[in-house]
Design a binder for this molecule. Structure first.
Ligand SMILES: Cc1cc2nc3c(=O)[nH]c(=O)nc-3n(C[C@H](O)[C@H](O)[C@H](O)COP(=O)(O)OP(=O)(O)OC[C@H]3O[C@@H](n4cnc5c(N)ncnc54)[C@H](O)[C@@H]3O)c2cc1C
Length: 659
């Protein structure tokens, strides 16, 4: 019989569900909070906010991260902003509208009740962060400023120049530090979770490696929360920080946690194009730039060829010969269509030969019109650090005046191309953010919860902080309410010993392969396979080939890997080898899911399923579900379990960004 998933969504109409939930919630008796320990793995925006909040509520928190400081979590990379339905612009925004835009942006593949709750708590996040002193941009009169992000026709994105993630993380870190000082949170920096320990079917602790000494240590708690980020680096080249990995999530998956919607991977349209085969990192140019930057390629193929040959420059092409293809195809949203739509449109132009750099894989993002209209000063106030970052990498400053044709001034445009950026899939969680393993919770990018098949810009920070500050601290209490009466689990239990032994044996195995290939060389090859066969455009044939190539490469990894050094002390190559082992599991999972989903939706584009205009063609009759995968062992196909989606408040229809 097919397994049934209980998503613990309370009954009743969608807007009432969170209220209903809180009304029936079981809270931990304040006296018992002192006795309850919670492990939080991760100190990005999700982990740091959760650890700080749980500490403040009275629980004993053990908070882990791989960096030397929580402030170095990948979340600091976030540039453009965070959404909230405050409606400060008086432009008709509302909780319902944010909810609706998010569900529509996700191509109707998100869980409705979760998204409504997210939209509801979005406003609290802004108040919380302002109270912490986060320096959001303000209008001249002192009000918080907003800008627009893709998939919305209102301005609801709060920002701190192009460093929003960093400022939000500093806010969360100050709250966390208060709790460290109050001895409610104990920080374990440069510790990596290697395994989750299950005792009698419940998550009771973790095995973590002290990355400096190399020693494995055991930690027990009443509940474990993972907030360990996404799996974008499976593709090797991505906008994610180099240290981002999916090992904690994959280890939970191996221990029985379902992995949901792995094929929903986000490819961001505005990244600095790949420029050679020695690169190990791609750089994002924030989506906020699409507020004032216009995306175009030449109308004439001979102009494109001249650009590719380097005999012509973008600023030499006059207005009438430019194809602002997003404005042409999607008049209602123009340059602010959602990311999946913008990425595919860029690929379509480049595939037709209109790419603008020497590889033919780039389009222009041009600020000439907005600089002429607003002046360079205003544009620099909005995007100064992004312009500087672009100049540092490419030696081109997008504010430099380059030409004047028929009285129109042209500035040097940026060149951009889509790249792997974010993963909507993740560990499956119910409405309480609990995984399919009791006592194990997942928050932030590492869970699958709110974005469906495509995330709208500025919604990841919103979700991470909603989970950490406002959702998990409530929902986890339902689980913890009766935990105080259970005896404390000792780390001497055989389950801890077995988990530690298995991790140790794995490290020995990797060190003893003693082959000839470095971790990076194999990872790079995996990335090529992923991009080629499991990337922006997928086909059944290509996915099968990709899976075959991944199996072969995994064999190469298992037999010809070379990891220098020993287990003792710091060994970054060994840590990377463990991550790569898990990227293999992840890559195959993405491909399995993509192969099983015979439709296109959001970031998952199967070329066989598209409309005549090249838009994603969903199949709601057969694929209106969350695809959850259960691990069956190495080399074996995982089993698919479906959580049917139910929509009450929103009418499911074909996405339309044209009018
Ligand atoms: C360049 C860039 C710009 C972005 N800009 C925006 C934006 O403007 N707005 C927006 O909403 N979103 C943006 N995003 C997305 C957003 O930044 C991320 O989705 C979000 O920060 C993820 O937060 P997180 O807390 O879930 O995970 P992360 O910030 O990735 O944190 C993961 C944490 O887990 C720890 N960890 C991982 N594995 C282990 C392990 N095994 N053991 C112990 N600790 C572990 C890490 O040390 C880290 O502390 C951007 C992303 C990128 C790449």
């Amino acid at each position: 019989m097919a397994k049934v998933i209980d998503s613990k969504i309370p009954a009743g109409p969608v807007p009432e569900k969170w209220k209903e939930y809180k009304a029936h919630q079981r809270l931990v008796n304040p006296k018992n909070k002192l006795k309850l320990d919670v492990i939080v793995v991760g100190t990005g925006l999700a982990g740091a906010s959760a650890a700080a909040s749980l500490g403040e509520m009275g629980f004993n928190v053990y908070n882990f991260c791989i960096q030397d400081s929580p402030r170095r979590a990948h979340s600091i990379a976030a540039q453009g902003g965070i959404n909230a339905a405050k409606c400060y612009q008086n432009d008709g925004d509302s909780v319902y509208r944010l909810f609706y835009d998010t569900v529509k942006g996700g191509d109707y593949r998100a869980r409705e009740a979760n998204v409504y709750r997210l939209a509801e708590v979005s406003n609290n996040i802004i108040d919380q962060c302002v109270a912490q002193g986060v320096p959001f941009a303000r209008e001249y009169g002192g009000m918080l400023a907003n800008r627009s992000f893709g998939g919305a026709q209102v301005s609801r994105t709060f920002y701190a120049k192009g460093q929003t993630g960093q400022q939000l993380l500093l806010g969360a870190y100050s709250s966390l530090s208060c709790q460290v000082q109050a001895k409610k949170v104990k920080l374990y920096t440069r510790y990596e979770m290697e395994d989750v320990v299950i005792v009698d079917g419940r998550a009771r602790g973790i095995i973590a490696k002290n990355l400096v000494t190399g020693k494995l240590e055991r930690f027990s708690a009443n509940a474990v929360v993972i907030a360990t980020g996404g799996y974008g680096n499976t593709y090797f080249l991505s906008t994610n920080a180099m240290g981002c990995n999916c090992s904690a999530a994959v280890q939970c998956y191996r221990k029985g946690a379902y992995f949901a919607n792995p094929s929903y991977v986000q490819i961001h349209p505005t990244c600095i194009p790949v420029h050679g085969d020695k690169q190990s990192k791609l750089t994002l140019m924030s989506e906020s730039l699409r507020n004032d930057g216009r995306i175009w390629v030449p109308k004439k193929i001979e102009d494109a060829k001249a650009l590719q040959a380097g005999t012509k420059q973008g600023w030499e092409i006059p207005e009438e010969d430019r194809d602002y293809y997003l404005e042409r195809r999607y008049p209602a949203f123009g340059n602010l269509v959602p990311r999946d739509v913008a990425s595919r449109a860029a690929k379509e132009r480049c595939d037709k030969g209109f790419g603008v750099n020497n590889t033919g894989l780039a389009v222009f993002l041009d600020f000439s019109e907005s600089i002429n209209r607003l002046g360079l000063d205003i544009i620099m106030q909005r995007y100064g650090n992004l312009f500087e970052m672009y100049e540092e990498i490419t030696d081109v400053f997008p504010g430099d005046l380059a030409n004047e044709i028929n009285g129109v001034k042209y500035y040097k445009p940026m060149m951009i191309y889509p790249a792997i950026h974010y993963t909507m899939g993740g560990i499956w969680v119910d409405y309480e953010l609990q995984t399919s393993i009791p006592g194990l919770f997942a928050i932030g990018e590492c869970n699958f919860s709110d974005h469906g098949a495509n995330r709208l810009g500025a919604s990841a920070l919103m979700q991470g902080l909603a989970d950490g500050y406002f959702v998990l601290p409530y929902t986890i209490q339902n689980y913890l309410a009766d935990q105080a009466v259970w005896p404390k689990v000792s780390t001497d239990l055989p389950e801890f010993a077995a988990a530690e032994k298995a991790v140790d044996a794995e490290m020995d195995r990797l060190l003893n392969i003693k082959g000839k290939r470095s971790v990076d060389s194999i990872h790079k090859e995996l990335g090529h396979i992923m991009w080629e066969y499991v990337g922006m455009g997928r086909t059944a044939e290509g996915l099968k080939t990709g899976l075959k190539k991944m199996h072969e490469l995994e064999k190469e990894f298992d037999s010809n890997l070379f990891v220098p050094g020993t287990k003792e002390g710091l060994n970054i190559e060994l840590d990377k080898a463990i991550h790569l082992r898990d990227f293999f599991t992840m890559g195959q999972l993405v491909a399995f899911d993509a192969l099983s989903r015979n439709e296109s939706c959001g970031g998952h584009f199967r070329e066989e399923y598209q409309t005549e205009e090249g838009e994603a063609k969903r199949d709601d009759e057969n694929y209106f579900y969350v695809g959850c995968w259960e691990y069956q062992g190495k080399g074996k196909e995982p089993e698919l379990i479906k959580e049917p989606l139910e929509y009450e408040a929103i009418k499911v229809q074909t996405r339309n960004y044209k009018n």
